[in-house]
Design a protein around this ligand. Sequence first.
Ligand code: A3P
Length: 289
Amino acid sequence: TTPKYVKVKDEATGIEIVLPGACSQKDFNSARKYKAKDSDVFVCSYPKTGTTWLLTITWLIVHHGEEIPKNYTDSIPTLEFDGCENIEAIDDGEFPRIIKTHFPYKLVPKNLKAKYLYITRNPKDAFVSYYFHVRGFNSVYHWKNPDLSNLYELYIKGEVTSGLFFDHLKNWYAHRNDPNVLFLLYEDVKQDPRNEVLKIAKFLGDEYEKKLKMDDGKILEIILERSSFSHMKGMSAWHTTYRPENEPFIRKGVIGDWKNHLSTEQADGLDRALMEHGKESGISKLWDK
Ligand code: A3P
């Protein structure tokens, strides 16, 4: 069996993408109508690469360390699920709107003054995380007999939500040096969260960077604590509609969990695909360190 997906088409560009089973062409059309505001901050990614983590860090920086709300989807919309009207209805007054999206570069609403954060993660860990995600999110994917090999075959062809990992990454990577794009690696945030949080704050604006450093860096310490794996794992905001018997959304949070789940052939397959797609784009060097 395969997970439940929907394929939607963007009339303007002809781009077709696969979305989770709970989405519809109507939601997608509405999302495409959204016009980015100057103050918008977009948190962009391919699924399972650290989106929620980056979202949390971004929220904490923008809100000076204040915890993400329990009903976070009311304050942080997802472009492809919430659509234009719901996003426009969110008005945080003095704070910029933070919008999550897994859209490919071409479909994200552009505004030269808006900010775009993109996070990526090595594809082997991203795939393993995706497997647990699809398996656990029964209310969306209705996957009757979860099987990693079966999902791998779809993943390597890009027949999964948000299309092919490598295409998504390549298209964003090409814009990594745009002044309003910040390109991040999950592995860097894991290895040096302090440095990455400061980098993100600087990108969001001098006022945020300054605030973080005030009071001997008290807010920075709060942000680091509140975006740590152990803290996030305990937060009820992420306990959504997962199958109770399975791993939760904030699952393991490590580098290299693929070693526990992928066969040599599967790991090699993803490495080869990365090399292939990296020849011209340069993405194959991202995890060389
Ligand atoms: P694992 O399944 O490998 O644990 P996304 O938010 O894009 O869906 O990504 C989810 C992945 O990010 C999950 O990976 C999750 O555990 C991990 N993650 C979330 N918060 C994290 C944190 N504070 N530290 C490390 N990893 C985190």
